[in-house]
Design a protein around this ligand. Structure first.
Ligand SMILES: Cc1ncc(C[n+]2csc(CCOP(=O)(O)OP(=O)(O)O)c2C)c(N)n1
Ligand SMILES: [Mg+2]
Length: 550
């Protein structure tokens, strides 16, 4: 007989969970006790928002649920930020919440929250475990739910007195991901439409991808002779140096990309949903019916037809779809000669465009341009939300799969916890976090977590002394009225030093790369985080654009 809390740990061991992210609480002491003696690493965070974002990023990297543990109402409400990201970004994740004792329900007991009501609208499943002997069944269901169809978050509430029950249950074995796939008829129809099309394009997105599927898509693009666009913040799903890569559908998008997509006579949305940002506020395609042919391939049939009515709808994991399509295409000798389009020229022009520099402060454009050429291909770049991220998305080029971790949900504060999760998973790779001064201060406390767990990441804080994105919107809508978007910042270098890492300041563009490598060396030597405080001034609002040029 073992305590239910220990059974949970054994179930997670069977799932090959490498680490969990948590803020402790007395409500789940029994699980914490189980975690004393296990191969699973426990990452103690400073805030449940950080813990849940780390778990979400872990899920993004592994394709299996990232795991977070938090306690009761205060922990769960703090953790909601990561759950919401998992929902919007379609990331498998399980949030375990220590719950009050069963006998006290409904009395507004200490820290009581109705999790069904609270998380109901932002998770795939919220479930409370009433009997310890059903833990294997419920966690098995949670794993299947989090990974299947459109992946997403599951919340499991664990009443305190259930956790201390003694049980004699077998922990459920490893739970495999169930994949949907295309029928041979689906594939034949799709290939038929590809043959007829003059200038087809494919837009890659979603979350069910892998290194191998990215390679399969390269092959497909070569055989079909089709340009590949990546969706917002999914730039590393396709090698940006490949001759068929055509650019990304992000914020502040290249207008030529929009023109090209609008000219296409056959558009494939592959894996994603073409949500608000990549669809440029739902203006890219007509809704519900576009005026040219549309194929939508998504792991969940419920997502197909939700917004766009496709000519061809295929409920398939994109991983399985591209594998089957590649094999089918390679077994025939088909000729897919298409109109030659100038998509690659458009992409290169955009990447290499001459962009105005600021009169004062560091020129982020030049800094990133110089840095990107010097980093290894497997470097992982993370960020949160803010205009600084537009520089990152526009100027970086991603070669290897899943080297970009950025929230589709547009959550500030994501870069720091995502960077921690990435470095824990890939200890020998460089991890670079980009954060605005506003963004960083949402999760800067997790810098101390990185110190505690010897996580040698480099955090680049882009300091323009404001919530620049919102200032930009003020400028566009209420020109001249800029109250409530200015920031009085701490001394970021001292902040990093005081937490036990090391801060470096960058005041001149020419010092950017030099300081970066100093920071990188220090991080490697001591296995501790470093911070690069980059003073950009407040002149530039977007790459190459001053406020007065908006
Ligand atoms: C959690 C969260 N709160 C608020 C916002 C709204 N928001 C979007 S960008 C932004 C400002 C970001 O400021 P900063 O990180 O300094 O980047 P900058 O725009 O100045 O480059 C705000 C407040 C958000 N996206 N996420
Ligand atoms: Mg800022």
């Amino acid at each position: 007989m073992i305590e239910a809390g220990t059974l949970i740990v054994k179930i997670l061991e069977n799932q090959k969970v490498e680490r969990i992210f948590c803020v402790p609480g007395e409500s789940y002491l029994s699980v914490m006790n189980g975690l004393q003696n296990t191969s699973i690493e426990t990452i103690l965070c400073k805030h449940e928002g950080g813990a849940s974002m780390m778990a979400e990023a872990d899920g993004k990297l592994s394709g299996r649920p990232g795991i977070a543990f938090v306690t009761r109402g205060p922990g769960a409400t703090n953790a909601a930020s990561g759950v919401h990201i998992a929902q919007q970004d379609s990331t498998p994740m399980i949030l375990f919440v220590g719950q009050i004792e069963k006998e006290m329900y409904g009395r507004d007991a200490f820290q009581e929250v109705n999790y069904q009501e609270f998380f109901g609208g932002m998770s795939k499943l919220v479930i409370e475990v009433q009997e310890a002997n059903r833990l294997s069944e419920i966690i098995s269901r949670a794993y299947h739910t989090a990974m299947s169809g459109r992946p997403g978050p599951v919340v499991i509430a664990l009443p305190e007195n259930m956790l201390t029950e003694k049980v004699d249950e077998k922990p459920v074995d490893f739970i495999k991901k169930i994949n949907s796939g295309p029928s041979s008829k689906d594939l034949a129809l799709y290939i038929e439409e590809m043959k007829k099309a003059q200038n087809p394009i494919i837009i890659v997105g979603g979350s069910v991808w892998s290194e191998e599927s990215s390679k399969n898509l390269e092959k497909i693009s070569e055989i079909l002779n089709v340009p590949i666009y990546t969706s917002h913040r999914r730039q590393s799903f396709f090698d940006n140096f490949h001759k068929n890569y055509a650019g990304d559908l992000g914020l502040a998008v290249n207008p030529e990309i929009i023109k090209n997509i609008k000219k296409s006579d056959f558009i494939t949305i592959l894996g994603g949903r073409l949500s608000e940002n990549p669809s440029q506020a739902f203006t890219l395609l007509n809704i519900p019916e576009h005026n040219t042919k549309l194929a939508h391939i998504h792991p969940s049939p419920e997502e197909i037809g939700k917004i766009y009515k496709p000519e061809i709808g295929i409920a398939s994991s994109p991983i399985v779809f591209v594998e089957s399509l590649r094999i089918t295409l390679e077994s025939f000798d088909l000729n897919f000669k298409k109109e030659s389009s100038n998509f690659r020229e458009i992409y290169n022009d955009w990447i290499n465009m001459n962009l105005n520099a600021p009169n004062n402060g560091v020129d982020l454009t030049q800094g990133i341009r110089e840095l990107k050429d010097k980093l290894d291909d497997d470097t992982i770049i993370t960020n949160g939300a803010g205009n600084y991220a537009v520089w990152v998305h526009r100027l970086f080029r991603f070669k290897k799969y899943n080297t970009q971790l950025a929230p589709i949900s547009g959550s500030m504060g994501y870069g720091m916890p995502a960077g921690i999760a990435a470095k824990l998973k890939h200890k020998n790779r460089e991890v670079v976090v980009f954060a605005g001064d506003g963004c960083f201060q949402m999760t800067s406390n997790e810098f101390a977590t990185a110190v505690q767990f010897n996580i040698g990441i480099i955090v680049i804080v882009v300091d323009n002394e404001m919530y620049g994105t919102i200032r930009m919107h003020q400028h566009k809508n209420y020109k001249g009225k800029y109250k409530h978007t200015g920031l009085v910042n701490p001394d970021f270098v001292q902040l990093a030093n005081s937490m036990g890492g090391k801060g470096f300041s960058v005041h001149k563009t020419e010092d950017f790369v030099k300081s970066f490598f100093k920071a990188s060396e220090w991080s490697k030597k001591y296995s501790l985080p470093t911070l690069l405080h980059v003073k950009t001034g407040s002149e530039m609002v977007l790459p190459g654009k001053r406020f007065d040029q908006l």
